[in-house]
Write a protein that binds this ligand. Sequence first.
Ligand code: GCB
Length: 602
Amino acid sequence: MTYSIRNLIIVFLSLIPFVSFSQRIKQSINTSWQFHRGAEKDDNKKGYWEQVNIPHTWNVEDVMDDEPGYYRGIGWYQKELYIPEGWKDKNIYLYFEGASQVAEVFVNGKRAGVHRGSYLAFSFNITSLLNEGKNTIRVKVDNSHDPDIPPLGGDFSVYGGIYRDVYLIAADKNHFDMDNYASSGVFISTPSVSEESASVQIRGKVSVSKKVKITTTIYDKEGKEVAVSETDPDKDGSFTVQVKHIKKPNLWSPENPYLYKVVNVLRDAKNEIVYDEVVNPLGFRWYHFDAEKGFYLNGKPYKIMGASRHQDFKGMGSALSDALHINDVQWLKDMGGNFLRVSHYPQDPAVMEACDRLGILTAVETPGNNQITESEGYTHNMLDMQREMIRQNYNHPSVIIWSYMNEVLIQPLYKDKTPEREKYWKNLHELALKMENLCQDEDKERYTMIAFHGDFDLYKKVGLIDIPKIAGWNLYQGWYGGKFGDFETFVLKHHKEFPLKPLIISELGADSDYRLHSFSPVIFDKTQEYANLYHESYLKIIKKYAFIAGAIVWNLAEFGNESRQEAVPHINNKGLLTTDRKPKDSYFIYKAALAQQPFVKI
Ligand code: GCB
C-alpha cells in the first residue's frame, strides 16, 4: 500500500464517529438449582437438596393423587452464581417471571427483597449485595394460603414454586427503568389510528447519571425504517415521544397480525456510547364495543370467539416451557378462535408474545377470584397486582381488555341479608371502584371487565354491573342445572336491563370425559355427545344476537384442580382439549364453525 493511500484511509476512519456499546446482557439462569420442600434447616447433608431446573413446581403429584389436600407451604431454592470480572461497573438485576406465591430473595445471606402474588414478574437490583466471582442466591417461596393475597379460592390449584423463567440482567448504570413494577421502562400507545394515518406515543423513564439522549425508531415487518425521533429526557429521567402521521399503517388484526417494532436506544449526548436498548412490538388497530351492535375492530363488526386457559399441563402442573405455552395459543388459532381470556390470572410472557404474533385478541385478568376480604393488606395487594399486570403487559397490541374480578358473589354466604353481608357488598363495591379507577389512570385506551356468575339481581343490587366498561357473564345453563334455552332468556334479560352495557359471555362450557360416549346423552353424564349438544345450542344464540359482543369457552384445555375429587384424576373436564392436548369432539365443533373446516352452517 502506498503511503498516500494509507494516509487517506486513516483520515477517512478518523471521520467515522467511534461509538462504543455497553448494552444490557440478559442471561437465563434456569438450570441447576438446589431445592428442598419444607422450612429452612442449616443442613447440607447428602440427599437433603435435590437438583431441579426451572420452571419448577412442587405440587404435581399432590394435586393428582387420591389424598385430599395438597402441600401449601415453604420451599427453598439455592444456586451459585459467578459474576464475570467485566461486570464490575454494571447494575445487576435478578428477574423472575413469576414465583408462587410469596418469594423472598437472599444474595450471600443478605435480603434482596420480597414479592407477593403468584402471577406477575418482579426484579431486584442486587448490585450492592454481590461479590466478584462466586455468589449464593437463595429463594424462599411460600404458597401457603394467605387471606391478604388473591386468589382466596377458586376451581384451580395454587401450585408452589419458581414456575416461570429466571434471568440475570447486567445493565449499564444508565438504563431504561427496570424498577417500575418490572416493566420494560417504556409504554407505547397509539392515540389515533385509521386506514389513512396513525400516531404513536411512547412514555418512559430512564435511570441516568449524566446527560443522555433517546433515539426512537419504528421499523416495519420487513425492517424498513418508518419513523425516527430524538428526545432529551427530563431531569427526573422521564420522557415522552410523539410520532405523528405514519401514513397508511398496515393494520393489526387476527387475520393480519402485522407487527411493527419500536426500538428505543439510550446513548450519551455526543453519540459516542450506546448505554441501553429496549425493543417492543407495535400493532396498529382501533376498536370499540357497542352495547347494541357488539364489537368493532378496525371499523368493522367483529365477533369475539375464543377460550380461556389455565397454565396447566398433564404431569407438569403450572411449570410449563415456553414451547407449551405457545402451543396452546396455536391450538386456539387453528380452531379459528380470535380471543383468549387470560384467566384467572396474568400468564407467561410467552403466551402474550404468541397472541401478538398469531393474532389473538386478549383480556388479561387479576386473580380476584370467588371472594375478597376487607383487610387493607388484601386491597393493597389486589391494586398492586393490577398495576403490575398493566405495566408488564401494556405494550402487547393483543390486549384490549383489563379484567379484575371473577365470580366474587359466588359464595352462598354472601347472598342473604345480614349486617355482615351488607358490609361485604359495600367493601366489594368500593374495591371494584378502586380497581376501575386504577385501570383508567394507568391506561386511557383499553376496556375493563368483571366476570359475573349466578344471581343477576344480587349483582345488580350491589351495583357491580355498573362499574366496568364491559359486563362478562359466566353462563352454564344446561350444565349446572337449567336447560339450554335458559341461556337465551338470560342474555335477553341482561340486555333489557342494561341496554348500555356491552356484554361478553366470559365463560360457557360443559364437562366431558374423552373416554365417555352415549347414544342418548343427558345432563351431567360427561359424555362428549352431551357437551357437543351444549356447545351447538349456545353457538346458535351467540350468532343470533349482535349485542353479544363475544363468547369465550371455558376452557381451552382441561386442568388440574385438587378439590375436584369427583373427577379421576382430579381435573376440571370442561376443556376442548385434554390435559395432554388431545382434541375432543367439541374442539372440532368450534373448528367447523369458526375456521370453517369443514364448513358447517350454524
Ligand atoms: C366458573 C369459574 C371457573 C370454573 C368453572 C367451572 O364459573 O369461573 O373458575 O372452573 O366455572 O368449571 O365450574
